[in-house]
Design a protein around this ligand. Structure first.
Ligand code: GUN
Length: 287
């Protein structure tokens, strides 16, 4: 079977073009979308992610505010920044890059973000809205996964979907979005016995664990769709995902490469959530 490589860069470019049009319209109406990105500490991977987010904002005409705080920042100081951004009408999306230093409560921080500005979709209210099938902001990486499936014409309705990884950022919301689209969803985690027995039954496998080569070709069925959210370095120091990409070629119907798959889509969906948030504000003004 010929395997289609899902090109995340190409789809991200296409979606960003349409976001640019929406941003231009918003700016003409005096509602330039604004995103604030806060990073605490010196995590090198986080710094690269945040820099890319800020750069992507500029490309589509989103105003961005980049707040870099030292590792020793207190929880109270961080909460004060969030309170200021919650009240700032130029800001429509607030993202606090995770993970946070250990002395800061992630729950307290996520709870403090105005749910209407929660472009990550991590506030418990937005998690609840997603779980009850009425999402206000879908978390960016799973939203990117769903956009890729849709663009490929893959309708999850009635399919078996297996999500490997149960994080709040990717696995759990990805499972909820697939469920909402009519898939029969299994969520596997690091304790799952006989992972292959689950993945082999899947029409769609979403893998998000951070473990190199966790899902190999013998673990998926012929013609499955493999979405690889992993971002790792292999023994040679090369970027790679959680699935054995080379081994899957010729067996699966679709696969996302790493890099160039889900990664560029995550940032695009963050931009999309920010634009959506600004459009909601614009709509309340026009009433
Ligand atoms: N860290 C890794 N992924 C993400 C994400 O999507 N949002 C935030 N805020 N932090 C992250």
């Amino acid at each position: 079977m010929e395997t289609r490589i899902i090109d995340g860069n190409a789809l991200a470019r296409k979606l960003r073009e349409s976001l640019k049009t929406r941003t231009t319209q918003l700016t003409a109406g005096g509602n330039t979308p604004g995103l604030a990105v806060i990073i605490v500490g010196e995590n090198p991977a986080s710094k690269i992610y945040v820099r890319n987010k800020v750069k992507a904002c500029a490309e589509v005409g989103i105003h961005s505010e980049h707040i870099e705080l030292p590792e020793a920042t207190s929880e109270a100081d961080l909460l004060a920044h969030i309170a200021r951004l919650n009240a700032d009408p130029r800001i429509h999306g607030i993202l606090v890059q995770l993970p946070l230093p250990k002395h800061i409560s992630t729950d307290a921080v996520l709870n403090a973000i105005d749910p209407k500005k929660d472009a990550d979709g991590f506030h418990p209210m937005n998690v609840g809205l997603l779980a009850t099938g009425n999402p206000r902001f879908a978390p960016c990486t799973p939203a990117g996964v769903m956009a890729m499936l849709e663009d490929e014409g893959i309708n999850p309705w009635g399919m078996n979907a297996v999500v490997v990884g149960a994080s709040n950022i990717v696995g759990k919301p990805a499972a909820l979005l697939l469920l909402q689209k009519g898939a029969t969803v299994t969520i596997c985690n690091s304790k799952t016995r006989d992972l292959a027995s689950h993945t082999r039954a899947a029409d769609i496998v979403v893998v998000a664990t951070g473990k190199v080569n966790l899902v190999t070709a013998d673990m998926v069925k012929e013609g499955a769709v493999v979405i690889d959210v992993g971002m790792n370095r292999n023994a040679e120091g090369k970027l790679c995902g959680d699935a054995d990409y080379q081994g899957m070629l010729g067996k699966v119907s679709h696969i996302t490469p790493v890099p160039g798959g889900v990664g560029p889509m995550t940032i695009t969906m963050l931009l999309a959530n920010t634009v959506l948030s600004a459009e909601r504000v614009a709509k309340t003004q026009s009433r």
